[in-house]
Design a protein around this ligand. Structure first.
Ligand code: 3H9
Length: 719
């Protein structure tokens, strides 16, 4: 095997069994050297007369994590994957996949060409390609429906969520679970099969696909699921088309051919590039550029939360879900009881919806302990304060936490905008103070902004980022600057939405335009959900004159139109419903305020709405990057996708700008400059990059799509 190829396969024998071990740390993707190794050693085992069975497994914690994602858009070396898989499928000697960890995407597809599959009880199997804008392109769309039925297979491939070993066994994805030594059990299992005349091949199992033939519900349900959960995405429709072929084509190889065609269409689609940018972007965001990789992490064996409100409860659930015992403190007994009740209800809802078992609920509830006393927090390794946004109150709490907790404890403030340095200054351990901006509901939303104060130590930062990962969050570092990353960008976006309303567009048009762009919720539906009264009250309290952009929303508040909470805001809501209905009675107010401010209302196109709102994000993003508040442009994409409903398939606002081309971004902005010269002044970094590279930061310029054809050749040449 050539040395330049990436990854390898180790070959050994145990009596009459050959063991092929994929070795490509850390997660064993099917890189060039792995594909070459599989081909080489399957042949070797078949040619060796002393070998009667073959076990395929992975080194380390993963079986195979799928195709090598970093090869997409490159020209990879080595043999193609389909040929290697065909060689396994047509091996003369039975092959057993011993799944020692994660078998994802091409990893599960490799296991599906084996005759038998056994997993450890920690194994995880799945086809998550949809999350990368792809479909399972190595036979997964044809083999999985044959194994577990088209309906289940479609659910698994559209959700992209993996199954635990236990569920995989129940559904028939694997044949057995090893409770002890996987290799010992695998050898015993295979020895028993070696005498059999026939060894099953998934490609030959046709009963389940034939059963679904003529049943329109199977595909209709999948289409409904895709429309509901993956709005605007290209790959789910392609997956459904592949399964349709699996159901209706008599010849397995025709289904495979269709899968290859549809896979290539996904590969060429810009959504794939955007979603892979997010995959790597999320991993890049978890690293802090000036914090050494080997920075020791502070051990976190317990946590304390101050405040049992919605945020505090959600944060406590995150710790418990990560297996970390957590105390939740409130000084008011009733609040504490209510808070624990909400936590219990949230978990119960997960049990009712099948997302958690009763036993799992008991375990996590057992990790959360309510307390009324600060003294109980004396031994926690991290305390997170989650009270309402009031600097004096937070400083008071930090003083107390500084006194009661051990010196080694990290103290975090859950704030959406207060000055972390001012909070840290109230303690004697500013190096151990950090901001953790969770998004509401904290147990659901994936975004976590980790705010780095001027004194936050490397250990503190690295530890909090690693807790974020343990919680399954998309954690992004922000410097301690007003609005951090997300809310600072949001300000320009909502400003433009409000100005468009003053200039003649109606809330429904603005929301629909942005929702058709892919935003999960338009700005006026969002404002109605959050409550218009928050800003209005704050301005009143500060005795502040209403800025032009907020004049309409303040006028609505004067009429008690606070949003969903009063059943009327920019929209009207029927009792108990969150569905927005147009509010024609507001139109006179809009007109009146436009007139009062000498703004002539006009027809506004959907494109102008999209450009103004989205490019406002991009321009502010450029400033944030220039000031070093965010480490990289991709971090802002992660923030916007995970915290603000930006469509993942567009890769985030900064990636979107790269795809438009930064010169085009500036051109578009200059069209709006007569509306507001200051606002539309391009950030200096934006101008500079438009002149130089044409793209933000490390983000690559749009791919040369001809390269993709070579990816196809390398991975799918055999089809
Ligand atoms: C596919 O299979 C297509 C086929 O159907 C058809 C082909 C024709 N490739 O996530 P982590 C890197 S599409 C390359 O932090 P964890 C990752 O970037 C693929 N690199 O670890 C990171 O690098 P770094 C379908 C990969 O323990 C390092 O490994 N498969 C790949 O938290 C550690 O990753 C998937 O979508 C890859 N496939 O989670 C699975 N995977 O250290 C994608 C990871 O430089 N992978 N890396 O930042 C995962 O979901 C998680 O990585 C996994 C481990 C659960 C496996």
């Amino acid at each position: 095997m050539t040395n330049e190829l990436k990854g390898k396969v180790n070959y050994s024998t145990s009596g009459n069994i050959a063991i092929l071990e994929v070795d490509n740390p850390p997660v064993n993707p099917l890189s060039s050297g792995v594909r070459a190794g599989l081909s080489e050693y399957i042949t070797k085992a078949n040619e060796d007369d002393s070998i009667e069975g073959i076990i395929l497994t992975g080194a380390g914690r993963s079986f195979i994590a799928g195709a090598d994602i970093s090869e997409f858009g490159q020209t990879p070396d080595g043999p193609d994957l389909h040929t290697a898989l065909k060689e396994i499928e047509y091996s003369k000697k039975p092959v057993l996949a011993a799944i020692n960890g994660t078998a994802l995407g091409g990893g599960l597809e490799t296991a599906l060409v084996c005759n038998y599959r056994m997993g450890t009880n920690k194994a995880i199997v799945g086809l998550p390609e949809v999350n990368l804008g792809l479909l399972p392109g190595a036979g997964g769309t044809q083999r999985l429906p044959r194994l577990i039925g088209p309906s289940q297979a479609l659910k698994m491939m559209i959700a992209g969520t993996p199954l635990s070993a236990k569920k995989a066994l129940q559904q028939g994805v694997i044949d057995a679970i090893s409770e002890n030594s996987l290799m010992d059990d695998a050898i015993v299992f295979l020895q028993e099969k070696i005498g059999s005349e026939v060894h099953p091949k998934v490609r030959d199992k046709n009963e389940k696909v034939l059963e679904a033939r003529g049943d329109d519900n199977v595909l209709a349900e999948a289409k409904a699921l895709a429309a509901k959960t993956r709005r605007g995405q290209f790959a789910p429709g392609q997956i459904i088309a592949c399964v349709e072929a699996a159901i209706n084509e008599d010849d397995f190889d025709i289904g495979m051919k269709k899968e290859s065609e549809y896979f290539l269409e996904c590969l060429m689609n810009p959504q794939r590039e955007a979603m892979i940018h997010i995959f790597f972007g999320e991993r890049a965001a978890s690293k802090i550029s000036d914090v050494p990789k080997d920075t020791p992490l502070l051990p976190i064996g317990s946590a304390g939360i101050v405040g049992s409100g919605t945020m505090g409860g959600g944060i406590a659930m995150n710790f418990a879900n990560a297996g970390i015992p957590v105390l939740i403190l409130d000084q008011d007994e009733k609040n504490l009881e209510r808070g624990m009740g909400v936590i219990e209800k949230n978990y119960q809802m997960m049990v009712d919806r099948g997302r958690m078992s009763q036993e799992q609920k008991d375990v996590v509830m057992g990790l959360i302990t309510p307390t009324l006393s600060y003294e109980d927090l004396s031994n926690v390794d991290i305390a997170v304060e989650a009270v309402y946004e009031n600097l004096d109150l937070k400083q008071e709490i930090f003083k107390t936490l500084d006194t009661v907790t051990n010196d080694h404890a990290i103290l975090a403030s859950n704030t959406s905008g207060l000055d972390i340095d001012a909070i840290a200054a109230s303690t004697n351990r500013p190096g151990k103070v950090v901001g953790t901006h969770f998004f509401s509901p904290a147990n659901v939303m994936r975004l976590l902004e980790v705010v780095r104060g001027k004194d936050s130590s490397d250990e503190t930062m690295a530890t909090v980022m690693s807790i974020g990962k343990k919680m399954g969050k998309a954690a992004v570092v922000s410097l301690n600057a007003p609005g951090f990353i997300g809310n600072r960008m949001l300000a320009g976006y909502t400003h433009q939405a409000n100005m468009l309303l003053l200039e003649g567009a109606l809330p429904n048009q603005i929301d629909s335009a942005l929702e058709s762009f892919g935003m999960s919720m338009g700005p006026f539906r969002m404002l109605d959900l959050v409550g218009l009264d928050l800003g209005w009250r704050a301005r009143k309290l500060a005795d502040m004159e209403t800025p032009l952009a907020n004049k309409i929303s303040d006028a609505l508040c004067e009429q008690d139109r606070f949003g969903q909470k009063t059943s009327k805001g920019f929209y009207n809501y029927s009792e108990g419903s969150r569905a927005p209905n147009p509010a024609p009675e507001n139109e006179a107010i809009y007109k009146e305020i436009s007139d009062q401010n000498n703004i002539e209302r006009r027809e506004i196109s959907d494109q102008e709405i999209i450009d103004r709102c989205i490019l406002a994000l991009v321009n502010e993003g450029a400033r944030i990057l220039e000031e070093g508040v965010a480490q990289r442009s991709g971090d802002m994409d992660i923030v916007y996708i995970n915290g603000y409903g930006f469509p993942i398939w567009r890769g985030g606002p900064m990636f979107y700008a790269n795809q438009l081309g930064l010169s085009e971004v500036i051109n578009k902005m200059s069209n709006f400059s007569e509306l507001d010269k200051n606002f539309w002044e391009p950030a200096p970094l934006l101008k500079k990059l438009a002149d130089e590279s044409g793209a933000f930061g490390e983000a690559p310029a749009p791919e040369d799509r001809s390269e993709l054809l070579s990816f196809k050749m390398a991975n799918m040449g055999g089809v």
